[in-house]
Ligand binder design. Structure first.
Ligand code: FE
Ligand code: FE
Ligand code: ZN
Length: 333
């Protein structure tokens, strides 16, 4: 060894670089960990069903998480404030840290935010169109602060114009607010097609996506009530519906499901949600999709690892069926 000092020098150098690399690696890891307190566990490694419902944020994220847990849910969806207006509490009031800690303890993950449905990204009125963009941009920031990776958006309604006009308008609005730093996926929801809603077909959603500059920020939320109401046969031919989704949009965009029954027959374009498999004795009406079809959808491999969110009606002010519906969809009852 001594006769070969160059070898010794090389070995020493190697030794010190290794130590240094390891040191920096752990430092960076520790630093990243410290920064990911607000990051919710990702579902990538999770095998199984992520089912939850819409829950209230009125008691903060911690209240929402506790409510979800009481239904036996392992995910949930919130509106960051009242869905029908744009009044919002400051993020600091939402008890986010407590909520995230509770979620980690109770294995709740991949939560979803729903943008208020008042946001019409294809409004004909310039002031409302501008407001929709400002508000949605803030809502995206709130979604990020909460640690959610998904914000569901009703694309918009074309009102006095036509679908093509609306599609361009929506894409333009989204292009104005999306940046390469935008973290959550903007999940365009499949719509029932009531009134002048845009997004009643996979083609319409794809036409929007085509015009988006930062396409990797866009996802899709598949609503069972809406797709059924807009005329897709999810009851008998769910696989064919998925195939067409894949052909037109691409299944990799499918990020979130809304699992709802429907009060109407396929193609009715009504958008009235029913409880899962509700029969005529349910005071909110009978489900025309049925528990068998909905359970088949939920148990389909496409639904593994994706948040499946119930938006089913409450029977009265105090009573909902989320707990029963979740258990039923999981196949526990
Ligand atoms: Fe929705
Ligand atoms: Fe929905
Ligand atoms: Zn709906």
């Amino acid at each position: 060894m001594l006769r070969r000092p160059w070898l010794r020098f090389t070995l020493n150098l190697l030794y010190f670089t290794t130590i240094l690399t390891l040191f920096f690696f752990f430092e960076i890891a520790a630093f990243t960990n410290a920064k990911t307190i607000y990051k919710i566990k990702e579902s990538g490694d999770y095998m199984g069903l992520l089912i939850g419902s819409h829950v209230s944020i009125s008691k903060g994220l911690i209240g929402a998480a506790k409510e979800a847990h009481s239904y036996g849910a392992n995910t949930f969806m919130i509106y960051t404030g009242a869905p029908q207006n744009t009044k919002r509490r400051p993020i600091d009031d939402l008890k986010i840290e407590e909520g995230i800690a509770y979620m980690a303890e109770h294995d709740i993950r991949d939560i979803v935010v729903h943008a208020p449905y008042i946001v019409n990204m294809s409004s004909v009125k310039e002031d409302i169109y501008a407001l929709a963009q400002t508000f949605l941009a803030e809502e995206i920031r709130r979604t990020e602060a909460i640690g959610s990776r998904y914000i569901v958006l009703h694309p918009g309604s074309f009102t006095s114009k036509d679908p093509d006009w609306g599609i361009k308008r929506i894409a333009e609005g989204l292009n104005n607010i999306l940046t390469k730093d935008t973290k959550p996926f903007i999940c365009l929801e499949t719509m029932a097609g009531k009134g002048t809603e845009i997004g009643r077909s996979f083609e319409e959603l794809q036409q929007i996506i085509e015009l988006i500059e930062l396409k990797d920020k866009i996802g899709v939320c598949f609503d069972t009530c809406h797709t059924h109401d807009s005329g897709y046969d999810i009851i008998h031919h769910f696989d064919d519906v998925l195939q067409s989704f894949d052909d037109i949009i691409g299944l990799d965009r499918l990020k979130v499901f809304h699992i709802n029954g429907s009060l109407n027959i396929a193609g009715a374009r009504k958008d009235r949600h029913a409880n899962i498999g509700a029969d005529a004795s349910n005071n909110r009406g009978q489900d025309m999709i049925g528990s068998e079809a909905l359970r088949h959808i939920v148990q389909h491999p496409i639904c593994q690892n994706k948040p499946l969110i119930l938006e089913t009606p409450w029977l009265d002010k105090k009573t909902n069926l989320y707990k029963e519906e979740i258990a039923m969809l999981r196949g526990e009852v």
